[in-house]
Design a binder for this molecule. Structure first.
Ligand code: ATP
Ligand code: MG
Length: 467
């Protein structure tokens, strides 16, 4: 409906003259006018065409104007309803206004008044329609925005869900990783312990042999001292008897001493005692080294004396190297202490020492006429680190093996001799447990030097003055 000029008006009046004149006037004004002569017809037209404005007489046949007004207001409250009231029928007009009429005109209808009234009513219609339009537009916009927001919410909710799911997965993965890491730690320490026990087992026969040699000569010296004591006892007995009989002459004394071989005993007995002492000291030092190697916690486990650890290791492993090599120690005096976890450094030193001895044996095996090899162990302080070099004059490491020697279970030794764990454990102990470093340099056919770098205990570096 274009409301600009020609609005639709339902004109209800039973007076044909009034009806025609108003209809003509309104049509000329550009309105589209429908005419009804009674209330029933008017209601019918209203329901069919829904005019913008109704202008209605009150006294109508069939359906009274006020009843018509009441129905219209019920069915379309916003439609302006203009009453035409007869002269002197003011109560009707008041009743009409009370029922919701928009305005009223009195007969005879003044055209200017009519125009003014219709224009105002049209203004009202326009406003109502505009507000309806905006309300619809607003509703639609709100609906659309609400739908957008709901969609965004749903998307956000699903993103949050997804993120929470991912977070849960991450947390679970972290927990599993941590568990795996802890299990690995336990396995590694079990492996270290197993390997340690294995090497202690291997060392045991060597150590028994090491102890056996001094024990044997202590034992033969004790037998010699036993016999010497018996000879001397007899000598004293003879001399005591001669003295009792008053026959003790210098000749008898000399003969008795000669019989007891005194000159020989005078030289040999102190020698036997000294040798026995040395033998017992040797046994004691081996036993102490063995004890310290197995339970290094006895020393200051926090700050270990690396030089002492090396001496102990060389002692317990003597039987492993003594047939193939001389061990030369070049230990720096005043070497600062290094923190040593679980006494594992001793184990590392043993692995490297045994490897060095085996490398020399392998080389000597190929050139049996050559003499023994040499294992030189050097310690020094460089910056904030203690360095231990274990150099052998063995076979060297072939190039194709060099990248693999720290791999667990990599070995070039025959079955039963090597398990390939020594260097893997050594590397783990030095790098991971001690924050140090294990490297090597090798020349094939000439030898290999392994270098351990260990960080000095905090607060100890300043007092060091290594070589
Ligand atoms: N000083 C060395 N000289 C030459 N080769 C060496 C030396 N040290 C290690 N290797 C080589 O590295 C390999 C791995 O050494 P690692 O100590 O890990 O195992 P292994 O000595 O074979 O066995 P395990 O130590 O378990 O008894 C050795 O088999 C050997 O080939
Ligand atoms: Mg080894």
């Amino acid at each position: 409906m274009d409301m600009k000029n020609n609005s639709s008006i339902l004109l209800v009046a039973d007076n044909p003259v009034l009806c025609r004149s108003m209809c003509d006037f309104l049509s000329k004004e550009g309105h589209f006018v429908t005419v009804a002569a009674n209330g029933a017809e008017a209601l019918d037209l209203f329901r069919k065409s829904r005019p913008h404005i109704i202008i209605s007489d009150l006294r109508l046949p069939k359906l009274d104007g006020l009843q018509f007004l009441d129905i219209v207001k019920n069915e379309s409250a916003d439609t302006p309803f203009i009453i035409i009231s007869g002269e002197g029928a003011m109560e009707d007009a008041v009743e009409g206004l009370r029922l919701g009429a928009w305005s009223y005109l009195t007969k005879p209808v003044n055209p200017f008044e009519l125009k003014h009234c219709v224009d105002k009513a049209m203004e009202q219609v326009r406003l109502v329609q505009e507000s309806l339009y905006y309300r619809n537009f607003l509703d639609e916009t709100v609906e659309r925005r609400t739908a957008d927001l709901l969609e965004q919410n749903a998307r956000l909710a699903s993103e949050i869900n997804e993120r929470q799911h991912q977070e849960q997965l991450t947390v679970r993965a972290m927990a599993e990783l941590e568990k795996a890491f802890r299990e690995k730690e336990i396995l590694q320490s079990q492996l270290l312990q197993a390997h340690k026990l294995e090497s202690v087992g291997q060392l045991a026969s060597g150590i028994a042999h090491e102890i056996n040699t001094p024990t044997q000569f202590v034992s033969s010296n004790v037998s010699f001292l036993d016999e010497a004591f018996a000879d001397l006892s007899q000598c004293f007995k003879n001399l005591t008897e001669a003295a009792a009989e008053g026959k003790l002459t210098p000749d008898i004394l000399r003969d008795a001493m000669t019989e007891a071989d005194w000159e020989y005993l005078h030289d040999e007995v102190p020698k036997a005692i000294r040798q026995s002492r040395e033998g017992l000291a040797r046994v004691t030092s081996i036993v102490r080294a063995m004890k310290e190697f197995s339970h290094p916690g006895g020393q200051d486990a926090e700050h270990s004396d690396v030089n002492h650890l090396i001496e102990t290791t060389v002692t317990v492993a003597r039987n492993e190297w003594k047939y193939s090599a001389e061990v030369v120690l070049k230990l720096s005096p005043n070497l600062p202490a290094v923190p040593c976890v679980d006494g594992a450094i001793g184990q590392v030193l043993l692995n490297l020492l045994v490897n060095a001895a085996q490398a020399i044996t392998e080389k000597l095996g190929r050139t049996p006429e050559g003499g023994k090899g040499t294992i030189t162990i050097t310690t020094e302080t460089v910056g904030s680190e203690v360095l231990i070099h274990i150099a052998d004059t063995g076979c060297g490491i072939p190039e194709e093996y060099q990248a693999r020697i720290f791999e667990p279970f990599f070995t070039t030794k025959e079955v039963g001799k090597g398990t390939g764990q020594g260097l893997a454990i050594a590397y783990d102990v030095i790098t991971r447990k001690h924050g140090g470093n294990l490297t090597f340099a090798t020349v094939i056919g000439e030898g290999t030097t392994f270098t351990i770098r260990l960080p000095i205990a905090k607060g100890k570096a300043a007092s060091s003055n290594g070589s």
